[in-house]
Design a protein around this ligand. Sequence first.
Ligand SMILES: Cc1ncc(C[n+]2csc(CCOP(=O)(O)OP(=O)(O)O)c2C)c(N)n1
Length: 539
Amino acid sequence: MGNLRETSAGVLAERLWAHGVRYVFGIPSGQILPIVEAIERRGIRFVLVSHEMTAGFMADVMGRLTGVPGVALATLGPGATNLATGVGNAFLDRSPCLALTGQVPRDQFARRVQMRIDHGRLFAPLTKASLQLSPETMGDGIDRAVALATAEPPGPVHLDLPEDVITASAPGRAGRAALPAPRPRRPGGRIQAAARALARARRPVAVLGLTAARLGAGGRIQRFLEARRIPFVTTMLGKGVVPEDHPLHIGVVGRARHRWVEAFLADADLVVGIGYDPVEIGYEEWMPPAPLVHLGGEPADVAPRVALAADIQGDIAGILSGLARAGGPRAEWDLQEIRAFRARLFAGLRPRADGFQPHQVLDLLRDHLPADGILACDVGAHTHLIASQWEVTRPGTLLVSNGWSSMGYGIPAAMAATLAAPGREVACVVGDGGFLMQAGEMATAARLGRRLLFVILRDASLSLIEAKQRRKGYRPAGVRLFPETAAPAPDYFGVPCLAVRSPREFSRGLAAARRAKGPVALEAVVDGSHYGEILYGAP
Ligand SMILES: Cc1ncc(C[n+]2csc(CCOP(=O)(O)OP(=O)(O)O)c2C)c(N)n1
């Protein structure tokens, strides 16, 4: 096929390299082999995964942690539909990435062809834009896709690459790709309205969200909250924006013991959303009956019954400086009251019980992982517990699928973190249901060979769903995972695994994991029967 550098695939590889891309995640197939060859020749590593969903999640996390869009590559049809699950996460959890799909040659578009579907329609609701590139638009298309993916709020861009396009010689004259330019962000809303609402409030609370975390506005936010002595809750993705060991920290909304947090917030007379993204959790799902001041990247999205005192978009640090200049009274919260609530919440998340409990696993793991270590978790009852129990003091150290809430995220996220943040400790907590969905990726982890600790919470059930069934008075159905005879395995596709059945055994497993040079798994055989009470119990 001649010199690949002179083909469109070569141009693609060159542009990706120039933007800082060093890994592409995917599964090869005939149509995309020229791309795999071109990127590898350019020095970009093609990372084979076991399912394209993983490629999408890994691209998301590479983009999230490095700021350079992560890249996933899949074949057409079933490769593209598998990839879509990972791309959806980047869309709803706001991460810059590029989803590349192979496609049949353009002269076959009018025919019924094996594996072919309209990728543009598949990816339209999951991406900021979807575009088919030509040899003329390849270079410009990659540049524009990177600009669009990284523009606030970041997200995925899909590029469809027909087989004849990637093998065509690179044209002498480049054309412009029809990708939309990033939308300029228009600041809006009046600071005075927010300042007036704050001046009137006696017991305001703040809620910190994903946008604040992404924009790194933590220091400014912390100074603002301290100056007015405003206590704060966070969303799951806002954890760590201000360190959670701060005396003004109350808890996390909408997760384990959320009814306790809501009861504590009941007599707040103003809620100030700072960098709260509407996609995280609806305000009205947890808010007390108080007016709302929303300071964010996106306009507030609330039910009509919420009284919106101010809705301001723009640079959060700038808005907070404006509010600080406006001055105002200190809030009338009693710090003792907050401390007492935190202590009660701490105990409520750790019920006394005979069996080996998930909360014991989390406490021991928290002690094991350094403050700048990265925890990736999957989706299930354990996620709710992690939200409320896992203390985050550094931003960007907890990876979770929140807006998309997809099982299967944790294992790929942890693997990507080992590549994006080399030298940092990385751990992954996954339920046994999520593990079954992604068990094949243990082979990926073994091939990557990076130090990485997987903790599989084996409670033999899709516990979150079982807890919901019980709460509604339904009989548990479709949630039991293993036959009675099944037992943990000593090795999952090259990742050694140790089954542990008590806090002592788990501690010993952690000590062994510390000495490991590559990936290891601890399969904690736990009692998941208390999740229902911890998640939904009344104060
Ligand atoms: C892809 C996908 N399928 C289904 C669900 C619905 N769901 C949410 S949590 C859950 C159960 C998870 O079970 P497990 O991984 O064992 O974790 P646990 O609840 O036991 O902590 C299911 C089925 C989902 N969120 N994502």
